[in-house]
Design a protein around this ligand. Sequence first.
Ligand SMILES: [Zn+2]
Length: 77
Amino acid sequence: MGKKKVVKKGKKPHKNKPTSKKYSMYKVEGVTLKKERFCPRCGPGIFLMKAKERLYCGKCHYAEFGKSVVPKEIKKK
Ligand SMILES: [Zn+2]
């Protein structure tokens, strides 16, 4: 019996998507959050998602309100 790599079924083939403007916007926000907005419970590495007026951790459901969540300060490149 030889060992063979079996490709699992049900996996969709990876498609290359064109870079959209949405993605570039998200990237800017991501950098901003990455600098200082990580989850105080989960520690650095788990970053908070930015909602309208709060930050939210998808892992432990920690939420932070107000403070420097101001999208106006994002500069255009
Ligand atoms: Zn967390």
